[in-house]
Design a protein around this ligand. Structure first.
Ligand code: HEC
Length: 156
């Protein structure tokens, strides 16, 4: 009896060792697979670093920057507009135009005013390309969109 049980115990120990060895081998095999994971981790890192720093201005933002420049150069002298940092005092020989801080100046209104050369616009319309007139008119329309007053000048 004692002998048998001893053998059984030995067998038990043997089986136990074997049973432990299997997961150990698996773990080891798994450990060997780990070097591959960093490669995936690097790919994951890229979106994590992502673009907030590298972000370029959108086409719309670029357009607004350009529009503001054009406004300051050609319109701001006579038409006050806070967002374009323009006081609109007029020139030495020119009357200031209406302030655009409260007036909704839609696209067509700007184009007409500048192209039809009312109010001294002939001083600038000749210096500007038609694209510049279009761009600055679109810019002005966007930034004055929420203003309370309609335009003051009537066009025939
Ligand atoms: C030399 C001064 C001067 C400059 C520069 C000037 N304007 Fe004017 N603008 C005027 C005056 C003066 C009037 C008012 C004309 C009137 O009452 O008949 C006017 C009127 C207007 C109106 C009509 C406003 C309304 O209330 O209906 C628009 C729109 C306009 N200008 C757009 C522009 C734009 C856009 C630019 C730049 C590209 C520009 N102006 C540059 C003097 C100027």
């Amino acid at each position: 009896m004692l002998r048998v049980s001893r053998r059984l115990r030995l067998l038990g120990v043997y089986l136990l060792t074997a049973a432990l060895a299997v997961p150990a081998t698996l773990a080891w095999a798994g450990g060997e697979a780990t070097p591959k994971t960093p490669a995936t981790t690097t790919t994951v890192k890229k979106p994590a670093v992502k673009k907030p720093v590298v972000r370029k201005p959108t086409a719309q933002q670029k357009f607004m920057i350009e529009g503001r420049k054009l406004y300051k150069e050609y319109c701001g002298k006579c038409h006050a507009l806070k967002v374009a940092n323009s006081a609109g005092f007029g020139g030495p020989t020119t009357e200031p135009g209406p302030s655009f801080n409260d007036v909704r100046v839609n696209y067509r209104r700007s184009i007409n005013a500048v192209v039809e050369s009312i109010g001294g616009h002939e001083t600038i319309s000749k210096k500007m390309t038609f694209k510049e007139i279009e761009d600055v008119s679109r810019y002005t329309a966007i930034v004055t969109k929420k203003n309370p007053l309609p335009g003051t000048v009537a066009y025939g």
